[in-house]
Ligand binder design. Structure first.
Ligand SMILES: [Zn+2]
Length: 413
């Protein structure tokens, strides 16, 4: 590399700054909805860089973007590397783009070193991960892997009633292009993402090797008591549903505390009936949302939650529990995780295991191929806001790890 050429870190900083310009809310964070003018601007920038880095550029029938570097085996499955490039309204410049840029820079290192490889390397930039324009989220990955059929995709509408197909055509994208990827066309999946939480920054470690994307359980708890006059009912004659519910809620943090650190529990919705200032509450309905990277912890906190809720019954208080949602944690591929740990170690980059509390496209890919993710620290743990920031030096660390891992994954067996 000659002295006038930019360093890896400087190139990453440039890509972030260039992509950040494509926002519908300048000065108020990144707002880049799928198929919007800002999507088209970022897409054009990414295509240009892909071509510059020697990749064959292609879009699919959903508007996902790919840049492929062929290997020596014709028709072999690809090692995919990238992330999404849409954003939430007034979000940050790193959620998604950091991973797309990491993919681009890995491809650039392949080109720069003239790396010969058997399997193709494919950089990707997916649409609509956030679900900010169309419902459901993870739409680019669900569509390309057939979890969402082409017909279902075509039926999705935004809040103004515009269908995906209409929005694509209006943006000059072609929904008739091939979309569905066959399972055998992908050899492995790598994604870098910002952590969106404080654990890496707090521990002073630049890279997290994601072990799992958290599982989630939601229950609804109804506590029933007896209504009465707030002035005339003595304290020892009351069956106050809110007092009983409050005791349950207050014990929940302790139930999660004993588990490992990815285990979290939240009461985000609570309704009091009849909700009058001078009436003893006769009914309280609240939700408990609990998450963990390990299924045994989801189950044990769920069991503890039910146990301490039921223990509040008696003395005119009744408790009912309704299971509402259960999603098992999604493990990342063990051999890919081992490879990422090995390469981090060989490069002298400190790393630690981490669970993802947020959903990612990797959850969908994990059912189809060997999927792995790296996290890099988010300043103050902030994300989905204009203040979102990650040190480009940490993204560069992840690029070096992914470069080594991608070289190993694209080699002939
Ligand atoms: Zn994201």
């Amino acid at each position: 590399m000659n002295g006038s050429e930019k360093s890896l870190q400087e190139r990453i900083e440039t890509h972030i700054a260039e992509l950040e310009r494509f926002t519908a809310t300048p000065g108020r964070g990144t707002t880049r909805l799928t198929y919007s003018p800002q999507d088209l601007g970022a897409r054009a920038y990414l295509k240009e860089r892909m071509r510059e880095y020697g990749l064959d550029v292609r879009e699919d029938g959903f508007g996902n973007l790919f840049g492929k570097r062929e290997g020596t085996i014709e028709g072999a499955p690809s090692v995919l590397i990238g992330s999404h490039f849409d954003s939430v309204p007034n979000g940050g410049a790193y959620d998604g783009p950091a991973g797309v840029i990491a993919g681009l820079e890995v491809a650039r290192l392949f080109a720069e070193n003239g790396t010969r490889h058997a399997y193709p390397l494919e950089v990707f930039a997916l649409i609509e991960e956030e679900g900010a324009r169309f419902p459901g989220g993870l739409m680019g990955s669900r569509a390309m892997l057939g979890v969402l059929s082409k017909e279902e995709f075509a039926r999705q509408t935004d809040k103004d009633g515009v269908t995906t197909i209409e929005a694509m055509r209006a943006a000059g994208l072609d929904p008739s292009l091939p979309g569905r990827r066959e399972q055998g066309s992908i050899k492995a999946y790598l994604e870098l993402h910002i952590e969106q939480g404080p654990l890496l920054e707090d521990s002073g470690i630049p890279v997290g090797v994601v072990d799992a994307i958290v599982g989630l359980a939601q229950v609804q708890i109804t506590v029933k008591g007896r209504a009465g006059h707030a002035g005339t009912t003595p304290m020892n004659r009351r069956s106050d549903a809110l007092v009983a519910a409050s005791r349950i809620v207050a014990q929940l943090p302790d139930a999660a505390e004993g588990e490992e650190e990815s285990t979290v529990v939240t009461v985000g919705r609570l309704n009091v009936f009849p909700n009058g200032a001078n009436v003893i509450p006769d009914r309280v309905v609240f939700t408990v949302d609990l998450r963990s990277g390990a299924e045994e912890h989801v189950r044990s906190v769920l069991a503890k939650t039910k146990e301490l809720a039921l223990a509040a019954a008696g003395d005119g208080i009744e408790v009912e529990i309704e299971d509402q949602l259960y999603i098992a944690p999604k493990r990342m591929d063990e051999s890919v995780r081992a490879l990422l740990r090995e390469k981090s170690g060989a490069l002298g980059i400190a790393h630690r295991p981490i669970s993802s509390g947020a959903g990612h496209d990797a959850m969908i890919f994990a059912d189809f191929t060997a999927a792995g993710m790296l996290f890099v620290p988010s300043r103050d743990g902030l994300s989905h806001c204009p203040e979102e920031w990650t040190d480009a030096a940490h993204i560069a660390d992840a690029v070096r790890i992914f470069h080594e891992a991608a070289r190993a994954l694209t080699e002939a067996e």
